[in-house]
Design a protein around this ligand. Structure first.
Ligand SMILES: [Zn+2]
Length: 478
């Protein structure tokens, strides 16, 4: 039995062995195959061949072969693997705003993700607690917006300065590193909420125009960008211009989650914008802001993604791809059923900032991206799925790797293979994947932590609630 993560679509074994002596694997491209489809053959006559629909598909064949060779050093059972993914978008998101991870730390994660056949790295680069990319046209963003005077997240309380941003060169290095592994970087600038760090650097982007400190706590904050001010758009377009130069990929994420609208209610510029554009609610005002930015990005050939919160504005452009994370009103379902694109994920299944006690491996493995009442059109509207790791509670590289692995492998299985019926196989295949974790020095969670027993689960969830409440109730000194 050959164990591969994610499991291939179809494997046929033959009654012969093939003696492998480390000779070259023959690869070729057949454009009649799908862009990510490959056929891997091990035969006693012809050795090992990989035929892919593109160079990317050949790479996936090589990733599969790597796992086979790790399990069979000399003699390989003759076989034919015919494989292609179910979903074209297989993403992982890392929040580098709450905590900063170095280029080398990211590379180890990215390389491991590539072996699991992920193909999109959604890079969350801005938030209330830090703006983490160099923007030359508005350099206070990275010079001042990347520094906060303490960190009071979850169980962590520190009054030490915390800072860090990626230089243009470092971001280009990540883009290149990803491209070599057929991963596209999807950059995110989160607007109009989660923007405290931006407003700290340029208060004129907010309704009140007042300087605010970069946030040191976790939560949802009312300092949001002013939707009625032309300065906001002018600045944002400058940022988007630079981001588009650094990130050449097809997708772009504009955020749009958790936007408390109080400041807009008291802002004459915001009210004027509503009046002039016939907008009936603040949700529509948010959608109008996001539509303007999306139109700007679409001129540059981008496909624009937003978190599902932005769907509350009925006027949101139909071209947006909605990323689902928490959606009590089920707006993503209607969005998909009406033929608009969605990326699936779920707070309770694919958010890996939460402990194994809350989200055990088996639960992730069983996650279905198909919502109840999703019709055929809705299912066809799913671009793919994504797992996310937010880092309010995660301050070290060892911790983020522990939270991501092996749970990301379960998402890879669903995104690539959509097979969720054989957990025992999946677990044993994970053991075979271990040398790849080891090679990349990944701090994968040990098997005993993957599926905690019920009493440990309860204890873990209570602990999480206590530390979260402690963090949320922290009051900074005036
Ligand atoms: Zn305003």
């Amino acid at each position: 039995m050959i164990q591969i993560v994610p499991a291939p679509k179809k494997t046929t074994f033959f009654q012969r062995d093939y003696a492998y002596n480390g000779e070259t694997v023959r690869t070729s491209i057949d454009i009649l195959l799908g862009e990510e489809e490959y056929i891997l053959e091990v035969t006693s006559e012809d050795g090992i061949t990989i035929i892919g629909g593109s160079e990317k598909a050949v790479f996936y064949g090589e990733c599969t072969l790597e796992q086979i060779l790790l399990q069979n050093k000399k003699r390989i059972r003759a076989m034919k693997i015919e494989d292609e993914p179910v979903f074209r978008y297989r993403g992982f998101m890392i929040d580098c705003a709450r905590h900063f991870f170095t280029v080398d730390e990211l590379k180890a994660i990215i390389d491991t993700m590539a072996r699991l056949k992920f193909n999109y790295f959604h890079w969350h680069l801005t938030d209330d607690q830090g703006f983490r990319m160099q923007i030359d046209a508005l350099d206070k963003l990275h010079k001042e917006g990347s520094v906060r005077l303490g960190s009071h997240f979850g169980g962590t309380h520190s009054n030490s300065k915390y800072e860090g941003y990626y230089t243009t060169q470092q971001m280009q290095e990540i883009v290149q590193f990803c491209a070599e592994r057929y991963i596209e970087v999807v950059p995110e600038i989160d607007v109009p909420g989660h923007a405290t760090a931006m407003i700290h650097a340029y208060p004129e982007m907010s309704c009140r125009g007042r300087k605010v400190p970069v946030e040191t706590r976790q939560g949802i904050f009312k300092n949001i960008l002013c939707a009625g001010s032309e300065t906001t758009y002018e600045y944002l377009c400058k940022i988007l211009d630079e981001m588009c130069r650094i990130f050449p990929g097809e997708y772009f994420h504009l955020g749009g989650d958790e936007v408390p609208k109080e400041n807009w209610e008291h802002c004459s510029a915001c009210k004027n914008a509503m009046k002039e554009n016939g907008l009936e609610s603040y949700e529509q005002l948010q959608a109008w802001l996001m539509n303007r930015l999306a139109a700007y990005l679409q001129q540059k050939g981008k496909k624009v993604i937003c978190w599902n919160d932005a769907l509350k504005g009925e006027n949101l452009s139909k071209n947006f791809i909605a990323e689902r994370w928490m959606d009590r009103k089920n707006l993503t379902l209607y969005w998909a059923n009406s033929g608009r694109k969605v990326i699936m994920g779920d707070f309770y299944h694919t958010y890996f900032d939460y402990p194994y006690a809350m989200t055990p491996l088996k639960k992730v493995y069983r996650y279905s991206p198909y919502l109840k009442n999703m019709d055929i059109r809705g299912k066809e509207s799913i671009e793919g799925l994504e797992c996310c790791v937010w880092t309010e509670h995660i301050s070290s590289n060892a911790a983020i790797e522990y939270m991501l692995f092996p749970r990301a492998a379960a998402v890879a299985q669903t995104a690539w293979g959509c097979g969720r019926e054989n957990y025992a196989y999946f677990e044993s295949a994970l053991k075979a994947f271990k040398p790849i974790f080891k090679r990349n020095r990944i701090n994968c969670a040990p098997q005993k932590d993957w599926n905690p027993l019920p009493h440990k689960r309860l204890g873990g969830v209570v602990k999480l609630l206590v530390t979260t409440l402690k963090g949320l109730s922290y009051q900074p000194k005036a």
